[in-house]
Design a protein around this ligand. Structure first.
Ligand code: GLC
Ligand code: GLC
Length: 640
């Protein structure tokens, strides 16, 4: 039985916390005789205190709060009963090994079902390829029912219980999850819980005047409240609509942080939490092991604030997390917060999101390629990399989204860098408006009014492969080398491993034209994949280089976990950090310039004797100083 592995109950909540006791009694009266109750009960005892506490912070003042809590757990028990036996077995296993995802054997991949493999069955047929690459984590972009042709790549969900028919059925998705799991690959899906599409039945109910569903969204009769909110809001997709609201055909206004067909949910209404909790547990029971918590920064609104990263957003996430511990314990969360680095980390804890994208490292990798100066990246590794135990970064080079320059201005000031001006430079550099730039990117949401702009483009095109720059392959491998060795789960945007280039044909698709992010979401390029074993091609060189780094990573226990120590090389173009294992250390050095660089012997004085560079498989004597070829990285093994 699982109970030994479960964290002990917050001491005696049922005596000190009368409400927990009453809720538990009510549940026990409903289900106490059910064969599935004891295991569920053990987890309720362990996590009800937290669940109640987080939800009380949001809804505790309401007369119906206790009833709400009972109904929530009653439905959660229903989900538990339906949860397949093999997932329940996984639940027990994962509770017993809570650090499993910190293994250096972890490797993520992400793709669109339709663009990479057509259908769920097509993805299943790619499992041998995923294994060849070494994936243990596969994020499929949202595959649920969505409007046509505009769906923001599936991020406008019309039903969380139906898939997009062209991809296959729910049963196919469930089978895919099962097949992946058998092969040691965890399925990752999005939990798009900040908004639904305007075709979701809740939105349709609201449009039709049903007061129950009107309360699910932020709908206003006129501009009065929208205007008041907008005084303090940032614009996210200004190309599509200014501000954060869209006008309905009947003249009313609805909150739409993203596109006008993505309606923000009103979490001040507990019925929204309850309804989305049901959808979350449904998705979990499909066999999903990680939920990518979409747009977490935006889920709570409060007049007079930026409506981003509010404390209540954390209460909501921790409440969802506590519910997952109770009814789908192997389910873990990954935070998608592309915001100020202080806010990014605020979502990361075992009780909230165990994983998080590392947008700072991602953006600073690209920054470093542009400037050839490691200062900001080195500082970020030193000051912002290490995370609490039981959590991990997801380190990535490119995602399906744009690159936003989310470094902290106050960090940049330390090097005399003005954040605003520097972002202007980076934008010019990456959209090829800067003489000598190797990058071929495209602007995204260019907002001349406030001077904001973000960048689209595939990793290979941004590294110079598109314009035939001789260092392009080495640049791409260098970036992935950092993602693979700095600590956390590396995530490959599938296509990067064969150097997929920008594809501008999206402009012919009415559902995609107008959103430049599609330039870096090309369909799987069969011809390039066919070249992957051919060392005379770009695809072959990238693939071989990446495969080698992946194999090294998996065989180097020193790369387990996430902690690192920054190692200042005193060469402005050479990044350095140390990973510390039980019996050895690894010093990673990376040259971010197109010139040979030298790290002086004096800097390396603390390193005893001869070391081996695992990447090049050569002996290196630090007493001679270390030379690095353009864009070369070294993984130097050092005995403890
Ligand atoms: C997330 C997704 C992005 C989408 C947005 C709205 O940020 O990554 O692609 O546009 O949420 O759902
Ligand atoms: C999503 C969008 C991105 C935006 C971000 C804001 O990630 O795709 O464009 O910058 O949200 O948090």
């Amino acid at each position: 039985m699982a109970s030994q592995a479960i964290t002990p109950a917050s001491k005696g909540w049922h005596t000190s916390d009368k409400q927990c006791g009453r809720v538990w009694k009510a549940l026990q009266a409903l289900h106490g005789k059910h064969a599935q109750w004891p295991e569920f009960d053990a987890r309720v005892r362990a996590h009800l205190g937290v669940l109640r506490g987080e939800l009380a912070a949001l809804y505790g003042q309401r007369d119906d709060f206790e009833t709400f809590l009972i109904e929530l757990l009653d439905a959660a028990f229903g989900s538990w009963v339906e949860r397949p036996a093999d997932l329940k077995a996984l639940d027990r296993q994962r509770e017993a090994e809570p650090h499993w995802f910190e293994s250096q054997k972890m490797l993520g991949g992400v793709c669109y079902v339709d663009l990479f493999a057509g259908t769920f069955t097509g993805v299943e047929a790619q499992i041998p390829y995923f294994k060849e690459l070494g994936l243990t984590y596969l994020h499929l972009m949202p595959p649920f029912l969505c409007p046509e042709p505009h769906s923001d790549g599936g991020y406008a969900v019309s039903s969380y219980r139906q898939t997009k028919p062209s991809l296959g059925r729910i049963a196919d998705l469930r089978r895919l999850a099962e097949q992946l799991r058998k092969e040691g690959i965890s399925l990752v899906l999005d939990f798009v819980f900040n908004h639904t599409s305007d075709e979701h039945e809740w939105a349709q109910g609201a449009l039709g005047g049903d007061p129950h569903y009107q309360d699910f969204f932020y709908i206003f009769p006129d501009r009065k409240q929208p205007d008041a909110y907008e005084l303090t809001l940032r614009e996210i997709f200004p190309d599509e609509h200014p501000g954060a609201f869209s006008q309905l055909a009947d003249g009313r206004w609805v909150w739409t942080t993203f596109h006008s067909y993505q309606w923000d949910l009103n979490y001040s209404n507990p019925a929204v939490f309850q309804a989305m909790a049901g959808e979350m547990l449904f998705i979990a029971n499909l066999g999903v092991e990680f939920l990518r918590m979409d747009a977490v920064a935006f889920i709570w609104k409060q007049l007079g604030t930026s409506c981003e990263n509010l404390p209540q957003a954390h209460n909501l996430l921790r409440a969802y997390n506590a519910l997952a511990r109770i009814a789908a314990p192997s389910l873990l969360f990954k935070s998608e917060a592309i915001v100020h680095p202080d806010d990014v980390v605020s979502y990361i804890s075992p009780a909230e999101c165990q994983l998080s994208y590392n947008p700072l490292q991602m953006a600073l990798l690209w920054n470093t390629l542009a400037t050839r100066e490691v200062n900001l990246l080195q500082q970020a590794l030193e000051q912002r990399h290490n995370l609490p135990a039981g959590t991990a970064w997801v380190n990535y080079v490119r995602s399906h989204d744009d690159i936003g320059w989310t470094f902290a201005d106050e960090d940049a000031v330390h090097f005399g860098i003005n954040g605003f001006n520097h972002r202007q430079f980076l934008n010019r550099f990456y959209v090829n408006r800067f003489a000598g730039s190797f990058a071929r990117g495209v602007p995204f949401q260019d907002n001349p009014v406030i001077g904001d702009c973000r960048i689209s483009g595939t990793a290979a095109s941004l590294c110079g492969l598109e314009q035939g720059d001789p260092h392009a392959v080495a640049r791409l491998l260098l970036l992935y080398s950092v993602a693979l060795s700095s600590g956390g789960i590396p995530l490959i945007y599938l296509g990067d491993e064969i150097g997929a280039l920008n594809d501008a044909s999206y402009v012919n698709d009415p559902g995609k034209a107008g959103d430049s992010r599609w330039v870096h979401r090309p369909a799987r390029n069969e011809a390039r994949y066919a070249q992957r074993q051919d060392p005379t091609t770009d695809a072959g060189r990238i693939h071989a280089g990446l495969r080698r780094l992946i194999a090294l990573r998996k065989h180097l226990p020193v790369l387990q976990g996430g902690r690192l120590t920054a190692f200042w090389t005193h060469n402005p173009s050479v990044l350095g950090y140390l990973r510390q294992g039980d019996s050895s250390r690894l010093l990673v050095l990376g040259n971010f310039s197109e010139f040979e660089q030298y790290v002086a012997a004096s800097v390396l004085a603390g390193i005893p004797g001869t070391t081996v560079d695992f990447v090049g498989n050569t002996a290196v004597d630090p007493r001679q100083g270390v030379r690095l070829a353009p864009y070369q990285m070294l993984w130097l093994g050092i005995p403890a």
